[in-house]
Design a protein around this ligand. Structure first.
Ligand SMILES: Nc1ncnc2c1ncn2[C@@H]1O[C@H](COP(=O)(O)OP(=O)(O)OP(=O)(O)O)[C@@H](O)[C@H]1O
Ligand SMILES: [Zn+2]
Length: 462
C-alpha cells in the first residue's frame, strides 16, 4: 500500500531531524578536536607538558579581552554565533540614521551586543511626545539633541563601544563622507527623501542597508543592496504620492511597534556585521500588530533598469551630491508642519482675538473640523465637532446651531468660526463654507496649537 502524504512527510521530517542531530554532533566533535589541536604545544614532534602551554588568551584565535569574554559570554556560548561572530562584530562599524522610534531600540541593542563603532546621525531634539517609543531617551534630555541623549545611554550600557555623534541632518553634502566611515548602514528615518538618499548613497559606496519603517500599528523591514540584492529604487523607482507619506505626528504610532521593527533592524545589522545567518535580502517582513501577524514575502530582485544600481546605471558621486531628493519626492527632508495660506486675511481671525470676542460674550458657533478621535483628546468649550469630510452633509447642524445661538442672545446674527489642529483644514473648511453660502465664516489662524501657544499655555498639545 502507498504511504499517505502525512506518513511520508513525518518520515522525511524524522530522518531530517536525526541527520541534523548527527551533523551537530559531528560539528561539535570537529570543533573540540580543533581546539585540542590548537592547545597542544608541539615542539619537534613532542607534546610539551600542560604547564608549558601558552596563556589561553594568546592561544585563542580571537582578539576578545577577558572582560569582553565575560560581557559577551552568552553570545560566545551560542554554537552558531560564538567567538568568531563576536570578534567580527567588535571589529565592525555600524551607522544608525535617526535616533527616533526605530533608531532607539536599534541603538540600544547594537551598543549592548558590542558593535565596535556605532555612529548616530540626527538633527532633532528630544520631545515629551517622543518618550512613549523613543526608549533610548530619558526625561532629563527633553529639549536636548537626540544624538547626545542616545550616545549617553549607549555609553552607559557599554563603555567599550566607540560611539560617534553626528549631530546634523544627513544631506547629500555630508552623506558620502559619513557613510564612508561605516560598514553597515541602518535607515531609521521617517521620510521619503531620506530613504532614497540613504539607499543611493549605499549603492554608490557598496554598503549594505538595513531599512525599517513603522507607522500606526504596522511595520516592515528589509535589507537592501546586500550581496547582489535589490536597492530601494529597484523596488520603488518612482516616489509615492506625497499624500501616501504619512508621519507619526499626524497618524500616530503604537510605541512598541517601532520597538519591534527597530530590534529586528539591530538583529539584521548584527547578522551582516558578524557574518552569521541569512540577512533579510530579497524578502520583506511585514508586521501587523493588531492581528498579531508577521509575514515574510519575497520581493523582486535587483532591477536591471534601476537608475541607481541597474546594468546601465551611470549615477555618480558628483550627481548624488547635486541631486535634489526633496524635489524628487516632493516632500521635505526635515518635515515641518504644513502651513497653508488659502484665505484672505478678512476671512481669518487670530486665536487671541477669538478669545477676546468670546470673553465679551459675542454670539457665535465654533465648528471644530478635526477627526472625531482628535476631538476626543481635547477641544475648546462648546465647540461643535464636524469633521472636514462630513462638512457638506452636516450643514443643517451648523444652521440650527447658529439659529439657536441667535435666539439665545437675541442678536440678529451669530458669527461662525472654524478651528482645527494647526489651521490648515480650517481654511479648507471655510473655503467650502463660503461656496455653500456661509459667506461670513472665518477660520482661527494656527488652530488649537496657536490657542495653546498664545492664549492658554495649559491647553494640551499633541
Ligand atoms: N535626513 C535625516 N538626517 C538625520 N536624521 C533624520 C533625517 N530624517 C529623519 N531623521 C530623524 O529620524 C528620526 C525619526 O524618528 P521618528 O520616526 O520616531 O519621528 P520623530 O520625528 O522623532 O517624531 P514625530 O514624527 O512623532 O514628531 C527623527 O529623530 C528624525 O530627526
Ligand atoms: Zn537598484
Amino acid at each position: 500500500m502507498e504511504p499517505n502524504g502525512h506518513d511520508e512527510a513525518s518520515r522525511i521530517l524524522h530522518e531530517l531531524q536525526s541527520l541534523k542531530a548527527t551533523k551537530s554532533d559531528i560539528d561539535r566533535r570537529i570543533s573540540a578536536l580543533e581546539s585540542q589541536l590548537r592547545h597542544l604545544n608541539l615542539q619537534n614532534g613532542t607534546v610539551v607538558k600542560t604547564s608549558a602551554l601558552p596563556n589561553p588568551i594568546t592561544a585563542a584565535h580571537h582578539d576578545l579581552t577577558p572582560e569582553m569574554i565575560h560581557r559577551y559570554s552568552r553570545h560566545l556560548l551560542l554554537p552558531s554565533f560564538g567567538v568568531k561572530a563576536q570578534s567580527n562584530l567588535i571589529n565592525s562599524s555600524i551607522l544608525v540614521v535617526g535616533a527616533g522610534g526605530l533608531g532607539s531600540p536599534a541603538l540600544l541593542y547594537l551598543a549592548a551586543c558590542g558593535a565596535g563603532r556605532l555612529g548616530i546621525v540626527d538633527h532633532d531634539v528630544v520631545e515629551l511626545n517622543n518618550m512613549h517609543r523613543q526608549v533610548i531617551h530619558t526625561e532629563a534630555f527633553i529639549g536636548q539633541p537626540k544624538v547626545k541623549s542616545a550616545a549617553t545611554t549607549c555609553r552607559s550600557i557599554n563603555s567599550s563601544v566607540q560611539i560617534v555623534e553626528h549631530h546634523e541632518a544627513l544631506r547629500t553634502s555630508n552623506a558620502l563622507e559619513i557613510f564612508n566611515q561605516y560598514d553597515v548602514i541602518v535607515d531609521a528615518t521617517d521620510n521619503a527623501p531620506s530613504r532614497y538618499m540613504i539607499s543611493d548613497c549605499c549603492v554608490l559606496l557598496g554598503k549594505p542597508l538595513v531599512s525599517g519603517a513603522a507607522l500606526g500599528l504596522e511595520g516592515q523591514l528589509t535589507v537592501y543592496n546586500y550581496n547582489g540584492g535589490p536597492c530601494y529604487r529597484c523596488l520603488f523607482p518612482t516616489p509615492p504620492p506625497t499624500a501616501a507619506c504619512q508621519r507619526c505626528a499626524d497618524s500616530g504610532v503604537l510605541g512598541v511597534v517601532p520597538g519591534i521593527i527597530g530590534c529586528l533592524q539591530a538583529l539584521e545589522a548584527i547578522k551582516i556585521a558578524s557574518v552569521v545567518g541569512e540577512p533579510l535580502s530579497g524578502r520583506m517582513l511585514l508586521f501587523d500588530a493588531l492581528a498579531a501577524r508577521i509575514r515574510i514575502v519575497k520581493i523582486r530582485g535587483r532591477s536591471p533598469q534601476c537608475e541607481a544600481c541597474g546594468e546601465n546605471a551611470t549615477f555618480t558621486q558628483q550627481q548624488f551630491r547635486e541631486f535634489d531628493y526633496e524635489k524628487f519626492t516632493q516632500s521635505p527632508l526635515t518635515p515641518s508642519p504644513l502651513k497653508l495660506k488659502l484665505l484672505p486675511s478678512d476671512s481669518r481671525i487670530s486665536s487671541k482675538e477669538y478669545h477676546d470676542r468670546v470673553a465679551n460674550g459675542e454670539a457665535h458657533v465654533l465648528v471644530d473640523v478635526r477627526p472625531a478621535h482628535h476631538f476626543k483628546i481635547v477641544s475648546l468649550p462648546k465647540s461643535l465637532n464636524i469633521p472636514l469630510p462630513s462638512l457638506e452633509a452636516r450643514l443643517p447642524e451648523i444652521s440650527s446651531a447658529l439659529k439657536e445661538e441667535e435666539e439665545r442672545n437675541g442678536s440678529l446674527s451669530a458669527k461662525l468660526y472654524v478651528i482645527c489642529r494647526r489651521g490648515n483644514d480650517s481654511q479648507r473648511a471655510v473655503q467650502n463654507l463660503h461656496k455653500l453660502g456661509f459667506t461670513s465664516a472665518r477660520d482661527i489662524v494656527g488652530g488649537l496649537e496657536s490657542w495653546a501657544h498664545d492664549v492658554d499655555s495649559n491647553f494640551p498639545t499633541y
